[in-house]
Design a binder for this molecule. Structure first.
Ligand code: NAP
Length: 257
C-alpha cells in the first residue's frame, strides 16, 4: 500500500511551485502544465517566473523570497483570494555552495540554512493551516541525497538537507493521519545552474526534465521518499548504512577528496 494518496490526474489540480524560475522547478512547471494543472509560480526573480509562465493566462506569478516570513503570508493570501483550494505545494527553492571545513564562515552557514531549512519551515508554517482546513492536499519538500550521509564539499548543504529529511518524516507523522500527503524528494546530480559550479564529473547526471519526470513518477506511486536516479540513489542509500570505518574510506575513495 502506498504511503500517500497517488497523484496521477493533474487536470484542474491547483499546484504551487516555489523555486519555479529555473532548473527542476521550471521543468516541473512545464510538465504539470502539459498535464492540465493550474499553476502558481514563486521564486525571487519575477522575470524568470514570467518566462516559465509564458502565455499561460491561468498561471499566477507570485514572487517571494523564502527566507522572509512576511513574503510567505502575502503570497499565500494572494493565492487563496484566487484559488478555491491548494492541491499540492512543492518547495524547491535551494542554495548550494561547496564548503570544506577550512572554508566555513558564519555567512555561508546562514545563507544555506536560511534558504534550504528555514525557508522550508516558514513555507510549511504558511500552508499547513490551509491544508488542514481543507482536510486534503499534499506537500512536497525537496531535499537531496547529500543529506543521507556526510560528503566532502557538502559541509553546510548536506546538513540542511539531512534536516529537511528529518522535518519531512515528522511532518508526515503529524499530517498523514489528518488526510494530508507528505513527500520528500532526494535527487542525485541534476544538470542545473546549482550544479554548474561543480568542477568534477558528476556521476549519473540527469537533466532537469528527467528529474521532473521522476518527481511526478514518485507522486503517482504515492511514495514518501522520492529518490532518483535509482542507479545512483540506491547505491548511496546502501553506502550510508555501512559501518563508519567503511563509509569514510569509501567516501574518500570515490570523491578523491
Ligand atoms: N541540481 C541538483 O543536482 C540537485 C540535487 C539534489 C537536490 N537539489 C535540490 O533541488 C532544488 C532545486 O534545485 P535546482 O537544481 O533546480 O536549482 P536552480 O536551478 O538553482 O533552482 C533553484 C530555484 O530556487 C529559487 N530560489 C533560490 N533561493 C531562493 C529564495 N531565497 N527564495 C525563493 N526562491 C529561491 C531560484 O530562483 P531565484 O534565484 O529567482 O529565486 C530557483 O528557481 C533545490 O532545493 C536543490 O537543493 C538539486
Amino acid at each position: 500500500m502506498s504511503l500517500n494518496p497517488r497523484l496521477r490526474d493533474w487536470q484542474g489540480r491547483h499546484v504551487w511551485l516555489i523555486g519555479a524560475g529555473h532548473g527542476i522547478g521550471a521543468a516541473l512547471a512545464r510538465q504539470l502544465r502539459a498535464a492540465g494543472a493550474v499553476l502558481a509560480l514563486s521564486g525571487r526573480s519575477e522575470d524568470a517566473l514570467r518566462e516559465v509562465a509564458g502565455d499561460d493566462a491561468g498561471c499566477m506569478v507570485l514572487p517571494l523570497d523564502v527566507t522572509r516570513e512576511q513574503d510567505w503570508q502575502q503570497a499565500c493570501g494572494q493565492l487563496l483570494q484566487r484559488w478555491p483550494r491548494i492541491d499540492l505545494v512543492v518547495m524547491l527553492a535551494g542554495d548550494y555552495r561547496a564548503v570544506r571545513a577550512w572554508q566555513l564562515t558564519p555567512q555561508l552557514a546562514r545563507q544555506m540554512v536560511d534558504v534550504n531549512l528555514l525557508g522550508v519551515m516558514y513555507g510549511t508554517a504558511a500552508v499547513v493551516p490551509t491544508l488542514l482546513a481543507q482536510q486534503q492536499g499534499s506537500i512536497v519538500l525537496v531535499a537531496s541525497v547529500a543529506g543521507w550521509a556526510g560528503m566532502p564539499n557538502g559541509l553546510v548543504y548536506g546538513a540542511t538537507k539531512a534536516a529537511v529529511n528529518h522535518f519531512a518524516q515528522t511532518l508526515y507523522l503529524d499530517l498523514r493521519p489528518r488526510g494530508i500527503g507528505v513527500h520528500v524528494v532526494n535527487p542525485g546530480f541534476v544538470a542545473t545552474r546549482l550544479t554548474a559550479q561543480n568542477d568534477f564529473a558528476m556521476p549519473a547526471l540527469i537533466s532537469a526534465e528527467q528529474a521532473a519526470s521522476a518527481v511526478l513518477g514518485g507522486l503517482a506511486r504515492g511514495d514518501f521518499d522520492i529518490h532518483f536516479p535509482r542507479r545512483f540513489s540506491l547505491a548511496l542509500k546502501l553506502a550510508a548504512h555501512l559501518p563508519y570505518r567503511l563509509y569514510f574510506w569509501l567516501a574518500h575513495k570515490v570523491t578523491g577528496l
